[in-house]
Design a protein around this ligand. Structure first.
Ligand SMILES: [Zn+2]
Length: 276
């Protein structure tokens, strides 16, 4: 009698069976996905918590890798404006009132393809900024980065000698020279975290660094984006009485991403950041 069963009924039964089976596998897949998600989430939470306590390891897997102490605690850029961040390890104030020790030393490495040296801890940030600028259509030229205090001494002494040869006394020669060349140890270039950057084309047609650079699209890109890479425009226009340095639209200083956002978005100087 069973094989006399209406073939339609049989089909229906078979279909129902298949549907049940499909539903079963569907549930199984869902469970598997949930399990995988749970594991991934647990690992992610562990990674974040672990990183907060570990400021010495470098995050080489992150494409936007900044020194991990910056990376792990960095809040969103808007939050940085309201809440003053810690100074961190990169906001060192170097100026004529805060010279570096004579035996100051820093580990540097070459910025790829330039022959210029930069603090090894921030070199990848400078490279990333230059790469992204070029990709956005603004190829830059690195004019000057790290200078040893010894080299700075040479520059400075040459200038002093020029004035001595002109007949100035030692004291006057030194103070005149200091107007053109930073006294050794008082230049951010001695720190290894400063870079003079202009556009490639601009540099080829201008033999010297001049304030006209601010009129270029390249400058605009740097000004608007530098903080994302941890850099600030160090000697802004209108702040000369505070920095005691003329406006330099080409001089960028690495201070770390959080501090950079705070300084750039509040339009202050590193001096003011330290005094606040
Ligand atoms: Zn400079």
């Amino acid at each position: 009698m069973a094989n006399k069963e209406n073939p339609n009924t049989y089909k229906k039964k078979a279909n129902a069976k298949r549907r049940k089976k499909r539903l079963f596998y569907k549930r199984l897949r869902l469970l598997a996905v949930i399990a995988v998600l749970a594991v991934v989430l647990t690992l992610a939470v562990k990674a974040v918590v672990g990183k907060k306590d570990d400021s010495s390891s470098s995050s080489s897997y992150s494409s936007a890798s900044v020194p991990s102490s910056q990376n792990s605690t960095a809040p969103s850029s808007s939050a940085a404006v309201d809440n003053k961040p810690d100074k961190g390890e990169f906001a060192t104030l170097v100026n004529v009132h805060h010279p570096l020790e004579d035996d100051f030393d820093v580990t540097t490495r070459e910025i790829k393809g330039t022959g210029k040296l930069f603090d090894v801890r921030a070199a990848d940030r400078l490279e990333k900024m230059l790469d992204d600028a070029a990709r956005a259509g603004y190829p830059m030229y690195l004019v000057s980065t790290y200078r040893t205090i010894e080299y700075q001494k040479g520059l400075y002494n040459n200038k002093v000698n020029e004035y001595l040869n002109m007949g100035y006394d030692q004291r006057t020669a030194e103070s005149e020279a200091a107007k053109w060349v930073a006294i050794p140890g008082t230049s951010e270039h001695n720190l290894g975290l400063a870079a003079d950057i202009v556009s490639s084309t601009w540099y080829n047609s201008n033999s010297d660094l001049t304030q006209d650079f601010e009129e270029t699209e390249h400058f605009k890109w740097l000004y608007e984006n530098c903080a994302d890479y941890g850099f600030i425009l160090r000697f802004p226009k209108g702040k000369e009485s505070i920095t005691e340095i003329a406006y330099e639209p080409w001089h960028y200083r690495y201070v770390g991403q959080e501090v950079a956002h705070y300084i750039m978005e509040n339009e202050i100087t590193l001096e003011e950041f330290w005094e606040e």
